[in-house]
Design a binder for this molecule. Structure first.
Ligand code: URA
Length: 220
C-alpha cells in the first residue's frame, strides 16, 4: 500500500533482490543490465495485467475450443525515453512482439532540471487515440518533469489518461506527487519509492545515473 491511488509498487522478492544488486556501486555494467532485465519482466507483469482480452475459437491438435487473445482493436505502443529507457524496451518488445515502438528523445538540463527534447517518433496525426495503450519507459522517475512531458505528448493527442502507463525502476516521492498532480489517472508501475531527491535532482538512495551505469559511461 502507498498513499497514491495509481502508483503500483512491485515489491516481489526477486525485484527487491535485484534492486540491491543495481543499487550497489560496486556492480559492473554487465551485471547491472542483467539485473534490470530480470526486474523488467516483473514490472511488465504488473503493467500489462489489465490488458483486455477477447474470445477466439481455435483448434488444438486434440479438439476445437474457445480461448482468449488480446483485443485486436487495441494498439500497444512502447515508448522508451532515450537513453536509459532502452533497457526496458528490448524486453517489452520480446513479450509484446506485436507492439509499436516509438522512441522519445529527451535529456535533462542539469541546471534547471527541465527536460529538453531532441527526438520524437510520435506521428503528428494519431488515429483512434482511445484504442491506444501507451507504455512509457524510463528507469528513474526523479523530478517527474520528463514523465509529465512524455505523458503530455500522448494526452494532447487525446489518448485517455487511463490508457497511459509509466514504467520505472525507482521513483522519488517528489516526482510521483508531480505526475499525479497533472495526470492522476495515469498508472505508474515502479519497483521502489525511494526517500527523496538530492539538490541535483538525483534519487536518494537511488542507484546513481542509470544511463551511465547501463551504458558503462560512468566517469570516475
Ligand atoms: N536520472 C538518473 O539516472 N538517476 C537519478 O537518480 C535521477 C535521474
Amino acid at each position: 500500500m502507498n498513499k497514491y491511488n495509481n502508483v503500483f509498487v512491485v515489491n516481489h522478492p526477486l525485484c527487491c533482490h535485484n534492486l540491491s544488486i543495481i543499487r550497489n556501486k560496486a556492480t559492473n555494467a554487465e551485471v547491472f543490465r542483467n539485473a534490470i532485465r530480470r526486474i523488467t519482466y516483473l514490472l511488465f507483469y504488473k503493467a500489462t495485467e489489465d490488458l483486455e482480452l477477447e474470445d477466439v475459437n481455435i483448434e488444438t491438435p486434440l479438439e476445437k475450443c474457445q480461448s482468449k487473445m488480446l483485443k485486436a482493436d487495441k494498439e500497444i505502443i512502447i515508448a522508451p525515453i532515450l537513453r536509459a529507457g532502452l533497457i526496458f524496451s528490448d524486453i517489452a518488445n520480446e513479450i509484446m512482439p506485436f507492439a509499436t515502438v516509438r522512441h522519445i528523445g529527451m535529456y535533462r538540463d542539469e541546471e534547471t532540471l527541465t527536460p529538453v527534447w531532441y527526438y520524437n517518433k510520435i506521428p503528428v496525426e494519431f488515429e483512434n487515440p482511445e484504442s491506444k495503450i501507451i507504455l512509457i519507459l524510463d528507469p528513474m522517475l526523479a523530478t517527474g518533469n520528463s514523465a509529465i512531458e512524455s505523458i503530455k505528448l500522448f494526452a494532447n493527442k487525446k489518448v485517455p489518461q487511463k490508457n497511459i502507463r509509466f514504467v520505472s525502476l525507482i521513483s522519488a516521492p517528489e516526482g510521483l506527487d508531480n505526475v499525479q498532480k497533472y495526470y492522476p489517472d495515469v498508472k505508474i508501475i515502479t519497483a521502489s519509492i525511494d526517500n527523496c531527491l538530492n539538490k541535483h535532482g538525483y534519487i536518494r538512495p537511488g542507484l546513481g545515473d542509470a544511463g551511465d551505469r547501463i551504458f558503462n559511461t560512468v566517469e570516475n
